[in-house]
Write a protein that binds this ligand. Structure first.
Ligand code: PLP
Length: 411
């Protein structure tokens, strides 16, 4: 049979050259979506209306155990007032990128406050943690260099490495022996950057930063630490895990977020920050944060330092929940953080446990591949200063019952 002829007008590119016959984009995407559905991996945006430690979602009021609002500052009156005043004084947008006219007085003030808090010479603010990671890594390394990255690092780190065009070497999660083996194999003359989350976003465990510092010194590498889930929670004045371990001088690049809602920062030497202003493309080619966000971040940073009870409470509640699940024989991750993963294995099981919790009025979103490795689908519980012991005990009971209903541990 002769192949069907494509009408000539559809078979030519705009430049006149013959174009390949191809399927309609929507048909290709619909088939891919159907495959996601079949694998239990279809993702959907669900409208979620925050209400303190609760959310309104799909017509129900649910206890929110799926937020990164660890310190409970997202709807604090002081932050809202600061945002309101900044909008009145400076308007609603920065109006330009930082190097043009978008470097507002509030941005300079926030950067000085971050540097004081972290104990570094300088700091620079980015619009988000994602923007920081994809901007910083390509500013520091490029073709011919080598980046060593923990296998469980956040996707924004992975994307930053890919954009840098450096050689991407992944080491087994928190495995310093594996990292050393890989460092030994790298060309001696290549620039080497080790990158790690301080607290891993989907596992809640901490990186062995002291060992990483020893290795980077032994092999002439630099170290970048992402404090998105530890800044505000760990260390003196909540300054993070690097500060908690007294490693501020040893770690070249510290990145972090302001409670995952108010932008992000990179802190380090004056020279590092000056260089990022030259070359971090997500800083140079993107409009600065709106004044209201800068002012809320400043206010939040002040409260995070002045009210240590916030971090103590979030961490205590997470520890209480972790202990209850462990005592029931469930597979929970260890760690010093406010994140408690309950690993259930396949995606369908994670979705079933999440649905069972929702029936009990509790929101714990199922996290599935590719966000986590195949076979480790989980519920990621996170606790904040807004929760109380009653919330924790109710959630623990409901999680244990839901896993048992699926045939899990029955101790
Ligand atoms: C470790 C880590 N780094 C970076 C990011 C990105 O931060 P943002 O949400 O501010 O873009 C996240 C967000 O989930 C994260 O978990």
């Amino acid at each position: 049979m002769r192949p069907e002829k494509t009408p000539p007008e559809r078979n030519r590119s705009p430049h006149g050259a013959p174009a390949a016959t191809h399927a309609r984009l929507d048909d290709v995407l619909a088939a891919q979506l159907a495959a996601c559905d079949q694998a239990g991996l279809r993702r959907r945006l669900v409208v979620t209306d925050p209400d303190g430690s609760y959310v309104l979602r799909s017509g129900r009021r649910l206890l929110n155990l799926s937020s990164n609002n660890y310190l409970g500052l997202a709807d604090h009156p002081a932050l809202k007032e600061a945002a309101r005043e900044a909008a009145e004084r400076y308007g609603t947008g920065a109006g330009a990128s930082r190097l043009v006219t978008g470097h507002l007085p509030l941005a300079a003030e926030l950067e000085e406050a971050v540097a004081r808090w972290k104990g570094t010479e300088a700091a620079v603010v980015f619009t988000s943690g994602y923007a920081a990671n994809v901007g910083v890594i390509p500013a520091l390394v490029g073709r011919g260099d080598v980046v060593f990255s923990d296998r469980l690092n956040h996707a924004s780190i992975v994307d930053g490495i890919v954009l840098s065009r450096a050689h991407h070497v992944r080491y087994r999660h928190n495995d310093v022996e594996h990292l050393e083996h890989l460092l030994k194999k790298a060309p001696r003359e290549a620039r080497k950057l080790i990158v790690t989350d301080a607290v891993f976003s989907m596992d809640g465990d901490a990186a062995p930063l002291e060992d990483l510092v020893a290795l980077k010194e032994r092999y002439g590498a630099w170290l970048m630490v992402d404090e998105a889930h530890s800044a505000g929670l760990l260390g003196p004045r909540g300054a993070g895990l690097v500060a908690a371990l007294g490693l501020t001088e040893a770690v070249e690049v510290q990145m972090g977020t302001f409670s995952k809602a108010l932008g992000a920062y990179v802190a380090g030497s004056r020279t590092l920050i000056d260089w990022l202003v030259q070359r971090a493309r997500s800083l140079v080619y993107s409009t600065g944060l709106p004044p209201a966000v800068l002012a809320a971040s400043l206010s939040g940073l002040r409260l995070a330092q002045e009210e240590p009870w916030r971090r103590e409470k979030a961490l205590d509640l997470a520890a209480r929940f972790r202990a209850a699940l462990r005592a029931a024989g469930l597979a929970v991750g260890e760690g010093p953080s406010a994140i408690v993963p309950l690993i259930v294995g396949i995606s369908a099981a994670a979705l079933a446990v999440s649905r069972a919790l929702e029936e009990q009025g509790i929101l714990a979103v199922a996290i599935r591949p590719p966000t986590v490795p195949e076979g480790t689908a989980r519920l990621r519980f996170s606790f904040s200063a807004l929760h109380d012991k009653g919330d924790v005990d109710r959630a623990a009971r409901a999680a244990i019952d839901a896993v048992r209903a699926l045939g899990g541990p029955a101790t």
